[in-house]
Design a protein around this ligand. Sequence first.
Ligand SMILES: Cc1ncc(COP(=O)(O)O)c(C=O)c1O
Length: 384
Amino acid sequence: MDHTHILEELSKLTASGLKRTLKLVEGPQGPKVHINGQEVILLCSNDYLGLANHPEVKTAAVRAIETYGVGAGASRLVSGNMEPHIMLEERIKRFKGTEAALLFNSGYNANIGCISALSDRSTDIFSDKLNHASIVDACILSRANVKRYPNRDVESLEGLLKRSAAKKKLIVTDGVFSMDGTIAPLGEIVPLLDRYGATLIVDDAHSTGVLGKSGRGTLEHLGVSHPSIIQMGTLGKALGSFGAFIAGRAELIDLLISRARPFIYTTALPPAICAASIKAFDIIEREPGLRKALQENSDYVRRELGSAGLDTLDSATQIIPVLTGDAKRTMEASKALMDKGVFIQGIRPPTVPEGASRLRITVMATHAKDDLYKAVKAIKEVLI
Ligand SMILES: Cc1ncc(COP(=O)(O)O)c(C=O)c1O
C-alpha cells in the first residue's frame, strides 16, 4: 500500500461522513468534562457509576503503585503474576459467585481469547447479529462455523441449533447490547443449553456493576443460572478502571491459562489498575444507591425523549440510543449538541448497520438532575 492509497481511503471516508477523529477531554472523567476549554455535560462515557475519578479508587491505585511499582514487566505466565492480580481474581470470583475467574487486558481481548480458545473447525458458533465487534472478530479468528441469528430472536437461534450437527456448539451474546441498550433474552436462551448440548458465553461489559440487585450483571438481573455459563465482564466501564475477566468453572479457567492467546502473549495488567478495580468492587457492593441513581437517571432521560416522539429503540438500560439514520445528519446533530454544551457521540457504520446511525446516550449515576434536564432540552431542540 503506497501513500496515494492511504489518501484515497481517507477521502472516501470523508465523502461518506465516516471519517473518525479524536476529541480531547481535558482533566478527569466525570458527569461534566472540559473540551476545548468549554464545560460540557458528558453523555457518552461508560463510567456509569462515576468510579473512574472516585477518591477511594484513586487512593487504592496510588498505594498500589507505591507498593508494587507501575508495570508488571512480563506476561502472567512468565514473571508478571503479582499479588494484586490474584487478589482481584479472588474478588471477581466472589462477586460473580463462580468457581474461578481470569483477568484479561481488555474486554476485546477477553472475547478474542475465550471464544478462540474454546473453538476449532468442528465448532458451530451461534452469535447474535448485534454482538459487539470484539465477538465478531473473535468468531473470525476462531476458525469455527459462525451462524448469526437476528437480534434477540430465540426462535431463529433454536432453528439453527436444531439443524447443527456440530460436536461443539457455542452460543455468544451481549448481556446488554452496547449500541441499543437492550437486554438479551437469557431466560429463553438458557433452557436451550441442555436441550442442544450447547455452551453459552454472556458478554456482561455493560451490565457488570450495573444490572441485578447486587450489580452482578445480566444473569442476576434476569434470575437465571446454569453451571456451564461463561461470563465476560469489563473493568473499564462501570468499574471505572481497566481490564476485563472471564468467570466460570475452574476447569474453563485452567484451559484458558494454557490456550487463550491474548492472555498468554501479553504483558499483565499494571498491579495498581487491579488494586483500583478491587476498591471499585467494594464500593459497588457497599453502595447500592449508585445503581438506583443510575436507573432513575436513565429512566428519566428515556421517558423524556420517548414522550417527545424520538426513537430510543427498545432501550431498557443506561444506554439510550436516539435513532437519527443518516451518518452525516448524526454527526451534525452531535456537533450542534456540543455547541449547546452537551457531549453525545454520534455512532455510524460499521459500528451500527447502514442507515441506523444514532446518537448513543450513556447516563451516569453522578449526573445532576438539572444537567439531565438541560441535556434533554438541548437534544429536543436539535432533533425535533
Ligand atoms: C459489549 C462489549 N463487549 C466488549 C467490549 C470491549 O471491552 P473493553 O473496552 O474492555 O475492551 C465492549 C466495549 O465497548 C462492549 O461494548
